[in-house]
Design a protein around this ligand. Sequence first.
Ligand code: SAH
Length: 226
Amino acid sequence: MTVPRHHHARGLGLTSASMRSKLLNELRLSGIHNEKVLEVMGRIARHEFVEEAFSSEAYKNRSLPIGHAQTISQPYIVALMTQAALGAPGTVKPRRVLEVGTGSGYQTAVLAELVEAVFTVERIRPLTESARQRLQRLGYRNVHFGYADGMQGWMPYAPYDAIVVTAAAQTVPPSLPDQLAPGGRLVIPVGAGKAQKLLLIERHATYFGETVLSDVTFVPLLAGRI
Ligand code: SAH
């Protein structure tokens, strides 16, 4: 069925409500079972995080351009990473989370709804600034922004209960597991080009556990700031 343009514009609120519930169903079917993650993702207005030209795509399960050759991650991947960072029910809930790769600030907002404090670092200055303004406008008060190379983690606020990296590393940068608190979880895509795996690395008392969560395609994690 084709929807007349004026009708579509007038019904934007309604359209996005039905698109949001369709997206949540898709997430459930792909194995996202954490109800808090689903609730938060159903509530946050993803269209606020993409350029206006892409508003109508915002509730589809796909990544979208955010400028500077970067992308806002696919909702399924955001949900999967958040669910992994939070840990299984019954495990200790993370309070302080580091995100490497602020980008649009969407993943940041999802985390900020679920934990006490989010520390997020980005290496592209204009993206840091626009994400900071966006999250301030949306009312988030528990997010700390850094313009920094997150390959080094973010020492001033370490250790973290969880670290979520939203760009693909060639290998795990040693600073990241180092900055995990005991029992902490690092969620990071690792690998070159299209052969990337999303890893969950858990800090135990005497060793790090590693689990492969999924095949993924992220933009590369790059050194230095621009
Ligand atoms: N979480 C973002 C995803 C953005 S894409 C969102 O929800 O929109 C990944 C981001 O990681 C890009 O903005 C890129 O500039 C950033 N990035 C890449 N390497 C980085 C590094 N070493 N330190 C900090 N940010 C980095």
